[in-house]
Design a protein around this ligand. Structure first.
Ligand code: 5RP
Length: 240
């Protein structure tokens, strides 16, 4: 079974979690697009929901499919968000941002009661970092920002090329927020929490593609069904 078929399987299982009247966050990328199309079919069949999109591309697709799209300002509390991921480890920590939408994805996820991630089996890894970590940065002072990142992350054992992302047209990729993305080729990230803290210390960094303690459930499409990975969130632990 191809990765695309596994993504569709995960999205089919995820769309069953949608209930009438829900306020839904819509992720970005090919798996999230599968979900949007399936949700569109349910909306056509009479389901009433309000959605908030994590990118202009997703907003456009959702509207084309007849889904009501609100803004996060009009609908600041989301019941459940459905999104994809680039890598997921055993603790359901993730790398996201391959599609360049990580900032809005994280804002919408953090405004959500529950976050469901849908993915193919190829996204599940033992250690994060083989996928280049996307980091959204402001264009001003880009070289100084990269220099500071390199200095800080080498202290915690992360080294590797940091590459300014280009779009399909060869021009610098610009996010929906007018920022740039740098892709950090660290190969393996042994301490994601420490790395995330270090990245956020850099003033030019807007947000990192490390999604830690954010996902509640990952739905993994496999050849013979779907596997559910449930996160042990801090708020699940008694006394925390
Ligand atoms: C976009 C993302 C996507 O969720 C991630 O890149 C996965 O994409 P796909 O579903 O196409 O494999 O984080 O910013």
């Amino acid at each position: 079974m191809s990765a695309d078929e596994q993504k569709k399987k995960a999205a089919m299982r995820a769309v069953e979690m949608v209930e009438p009247g829900m306020r839904i966050g819509l992720g970005t990328g090919s798996t999230a697009a599968c979900f949007v199309k399936l949700l569109g079919e349910r909306v056509k069949a009479g389901l009433s929901v309000i959605c908030v999109a994590t990118s202009e591309a997703t907003r456009q697709l959702a509207e084309e499919r007849g889904i009501t799209v609100s803004t996060l300002d009009e609908t600041p509390e989301i019941d459940i968000t459905f999104d994809g991921a680039d890598e997921i480890d055993g603790e359901v920590r993730m790398i996201k941002g391959g599609g360049g939408a990580l900032l809005r994805e994280k804002i919408v996820a953090m405004a959500s009661d529950r976050v469901v991630i849908m993915a193919d089996t190829g996204k599940v890894v033992e250690t994060l970092g083989a996928f280049k970590l996307p980091v959204e940065v402001v264009p001003f002072g880009l070289t100084a920002t990269i220099d500071m990142i390199e200095a800080l992350v080498s202290d915690i054992g992360c080294e590797g090329d940091i590459i300014l992302r280009k779009g399909a047209n060869g021009e610098t990729f610009v996010t929906d927020n007018g920022n740039y993305i740098i892709d950090c080729d660290f190969k393996r990230i042994d301490e994601p929490e420490e790395l995330d803290d270090a990245l956020k210390f850099v003033p030019g960094v807007v947000e990192s593609g490390l999604f830690l303690d954010i996902c509640d459930i990952a739905v993994i499409g496999e050849d013979d069904g779907v596997r559910i990975m449930e996160a042990q969130r801090d708020d699940d632990i008694e006394g925390v």
